[in-house]
Design a protein around this ligand. Sequence first.
Ligand code: TYD
Ligand code: MG
Length: 465
Amino acid sequence: MAKTRLGYICTECGYKSLRPLKRCPYCGEFGTLHPEEPETARSSTGKTLARTHDTVRSVPVSQIRTDSSPRYETGISELDTVLGGGLVSDSAVLIGEDPGIGKSTLLLQVCRELSHQARVLYVSGEESASQISMRAQRLGAEEEDIYICSESDITVIASEIELLDPDVIVIDSVQTVYSPEISSAPGSVAQVREATSILVNLAKRRHAAMLIVGHVTKDGSIAGPKILEHLVDTVLYFEGEKYDSLRLLRAQKNRFGSTNEVGVFEMTEHGFREVTDPSGVFLDHSRETAGCCVTCVVEGTRAILAECQALVAGTALGTPRITSTGLDRGRLAQLMAVLDRKCGLRISGSDVYTSIVGGMKLSDPSLDLALAVTLVSSLQDKPVPSGTVVCGEISLTGEVRSVPQIEKRIREAAKLGFREFILPAASYETLLQQPAGKAAEESISRIPVKTVSGALDHLLAGWRN
Ligand code: TYD
Ligand code: MG
């Protein structure tokens, strides 16, 4: 038999190369080519396979019994919502983010709640049993029956699962788990993939729910992006600044629910506290200063007020610098170009820094208008009047496009005491057609705008000078 020569495979797109390249020539990603692993016996292509059984085994979908797997309520409603209504038994959930964001803390809190209804095993390859116990004390979980296992060898962990037969298993973290049968180091792509697939299979076979922690690599992906995500049912990510106490939990993939919902948490001395009504927590309250503007985004079923901040400064270097935290850089560049061409400004030649208060990551196009207003406010050093919320998408022609769920956004702004809501003219029309829309929230005045310059005229008098 001809010997198969192993090469390198791109974990991003699957491109194969015989040489260890720094950059994948196909998808252009850096550092994604890893040594290919030998595949187990493969049937030669084109060979007709012998029939294995004589009666049809496939079942019509209408005849499949749907005794859907039970769900555990984790007792943390923000997490339950993100999971789509609780933790499904015999499912695997991956939680990823940078170290120090609070994954172990959240999972130990989940264990505390679940230990009343299920047998819980917490496997940690990162901390010793006494360290976990100290953390449990801090979280008020030391009294609970949580089984702690400080192990990294997959064979030991598997035996432990067989013997204890837990209903819920936490693996903290998958990067520390290793299989002695694979020569590569713990945390390598081969090890992580092997460990995850063994653990997920084991959990499914035993109808246990498994929560796996995965650290993200420096490019923001969980140990070679697509490798683990397809092995699990749900992928959750934390968002937020490490040095700030607010955290957002989002599902990036969910086989049992929507991926739109976000969970909001606050890190306290005693672990995470749920923020069930996140109105206003993402506002900075530094009113009447140039370079900030409040907008309202819709995340899942909730409208949340967010604050954009910007600093436009004369560039010291030949090439201006654009930094955007929590915002899409391409979108920002596009907005700057629209402002230059349609409003006669000169933003593109300056250094531009933008961010969202609280470390939220936003991609809702309805924040375009607020971001544009923030940029001009900083450039011209004119503050946006306090008590104003700005909402609208901006097209390449400088017009303000309608946004969905405008009523919900206005209601949220009114609830927090804002007095003026700048909205797209098209959304205003829709609002007028709805009988309920007219009557609701008289405390807030609605100002329809058609173009970005119209919005600037209203908010920043004299901005053209
Ligand atoms: P940790 O859960 O260990 O993060 P990860 O597992 O994602 O690496 O905790 C992160 C930070 O949270 C840590 O710096 C200390 C802080 N913390 C609190 O503020 N309050 C608490 O009750 C706990 C347990 C941790
Ligand atoms: Mg940890």
